[in-house]
Write a protein that binds this ligand. Sequence first.
Ligand code: GLY
Length: 390
Amino acid sequence: MTALLYFTSLLLVCRGVSSIDVMRYASVQYSILYYEFVDSSGTFYPSYGYPLDDEWKSTTATNGWTQGFFPGVLWNIVAYNATRESLKRAIDVTTPTAAFANNTGTHDVGFVIMSGFGNAYRLLKLSEYLDVIVTAARSLATRYSPIVRCIRSWNSPTGYLVIIDNMMNLELLFEASNQTKDQTLYNIAWQHANRTMYEHFRSDNSSYHVVEYNETDGSVVRKYTAQGYADWSTWSRGQSWAVHGFTIAYRYTKYQPFLDKAIGAANYVLTHLPSSTDLVTYWDYDAPHNSTLAYQPRDTSAAAIFASALVELSQYAPTCNLKDSFLANAKAIVDQLSTPQYLIYGDKDYKLPALLTNGTMGPYPKSPYDVSLAYGDYYLTQAIVRLAKL
Ligand code: GLY
């Protein structure tokens, strides 16, 4: 079966079309991955991969932070065009990740559970999915410090570390609170977003990646980067997490400063893209990409996360002009990502069953770059589904 799907994929590639139906192509590419998952007895979760390889680097259902994005893509395929088969695949791949809901050792429980079970519950409203979400939210809440007024991101013996990415985990708390009326979960999420709004941004609404707090008195110790170009620079994916995270925080709270922050952070992106026609960001907004001396890779995952956030943010924009501008930019970014320049598609000897290439994990060059990232594919398909449902 796997060989047949691979052959089908090659046929699509050989047609050489320039305008690509990404969701149809996602069904093909992710069919291949689904059968790899089946062949592995449910232990294969693609994480990142090199376009010329035929295998993703993978994780398991309960390891790392990326395993939710594989089920997430399958749920986006269901949301776009549900069939009995696509639904079965999404459920099969989501189910093994349930055990991660009990993990109190990482803030990433939000990413993992909401990409799989969050989408499953939104689409199917089954109470067993809600149970997993609530369990995961209670796990995440154990990482909250009322002194720091934030959820701990990374475990470190030397400091209380919070990264901008953590804004994305708040959806888990807000959704669980919404469904259970547990006000504590809501308060934790609100406090985290509020403190992040004050501490993680510069006056131009660019973001710091990491803020280290003093756990004893809650004061800020230092602000720096772990995945960006420099402590003072703006890591592109971090800025996309900021836009997406504050958009979600506004969705659940309707607290105007969260909307203002999401809009401010989005405007930072829109005024720092490579050019008015080149909309796929380099991996860090401050990396010297205009220099002829140094190669700087793009980060298609940052572009996809931003585009998806912008579709939702456009719905909350206070003026018609802003709404139209956000939507037009989201569509233009998705269109650029949907070309053979950034897709694993066409005549470039690509072998990886994936959608986007040119993702950068960060920091460059220490971590993999010009690769496919599970979250790039997830947020690209989420953006396309969101645009289709407008
Ligand atoms: N949340 C980890 C990353 O964006 O790389």
